[in-house]
Ligand binder design. Structure first.
Ligand code: BTN
Length: 253
């Protein structure tokens, strides 16, 4: 992914089983700096990690669970939301090739209608004001037919399409999208293209919906996203509320 001619080819490390692809990639990268864009892909994670300290459940061999590493040292830490945008858009563009109805639920869940088809755990290491490395962990539900965990609204591509899909095919399509979008980011085109495409892709972008913050439930409409990634919601009396990730929940029907 570097712009010079000394670019190393990304590695694709495929494992049958691992605790968590994010954890594995992180510790491997401390021993040897992997080429940018490298991927650790596992058929099964014994302790898949989700957001906010949750676990990520995925039936063995059925879904895509993988992590990739980038070194966006050109990005200020306060712009790290751009990495989320690249990752979320890339998954959305991939799934758009299979079905309609895919959106990005802020900040980086991927939805099909009102159900969650993909979650991400992005872990950035900082070097001063800049980002040193970004590990993007992605779980996409592909061929799982039943979900038993406590996730409220999971769905898989197979449930949507009514037939199984080749995981490898989804992975290769995703890699094409993510490398293209990351190059766009490196070239500084994020405001013109990535940010616009991200906004266009948003779940519940139009209309009033129920949300919940520490003070309770309220109705609001989408009012924007700041470059830092903060979500802006406008309530019916016209006031705008600003949220960091985890400070507000979308109330699902
Ligand atoms: C979420 O809670 O929505 C985030 C889920 C992230 C799951 C993926 S699966 C591959 C990678 N390795 C992990 O341990 N977690 C992420």
């Amino acid at each position: 992914m570097t712009q010079d001619n000394e670019k190393e080819t990304p590695r694709l490390i495929r494992l049958e089983e691992v605790n968590s692809t994010n954890a594995y990639l992180h510790s491997l990268n401390q021993k040897e700096r992997l080429p940018e864009g490298s991927v650790v892909w596992a058929d099964f994670q014994t302790s898949g990690r989700g957001q906010i300290g949750n676990s990520w459940e995925s039936e063995s061999g059925k879904n895509l669970t993988f992590s990739m590493v980038f070194y966006p040292s050109f990005l200020l830490a306060r712009r790290q939301f751009l990495i989320s945008q690249v990752a979320a858009l890339s998954v959305k563009e991939t799934l758009d090739e299979y079905t309609r109805g895919i959106t990005v639920k802020w900040p980086n869940d991927i939805y099909w209608n009102d159900k969650k088809i993909c979650g991400m755990l992005i872990e950035n290491d900082l070097a001063g004001e800049y980002i040193y490395s970004s590990i993007i962990g992605i779980g996409i539900n592909i061929n799982q037919a039943r979900f038993r965990g406590d996730a409220p609204n999971p769905v898989s591509l197979c449930q949507i399409l009514g037939k199984e899909v080749e995981k490898e095919d989804v992975m290769h399509r995703f890699l094409r999208h993510v490398y293209t979008n990351y190059l766009t980011l490196m070239e500084g085109e994020h405001d013109a293209t990535l940010a616009g495409k991200y906004l266009d892709s948003l779940y519940r972008k139009e209309g009033f919906f129920l949300y919940e913050d520490k003070n309770g439930r309220f109705e609001a409409e989408f009012a924007g996203i700041e470059p830092t990634g903060h979500l802006l919601l406008r309530t019916k009396d016209g006031s705008v509320r600003r949220y960091e990730f985890k400070e507000v929940k979308f109330v699902l029907g």
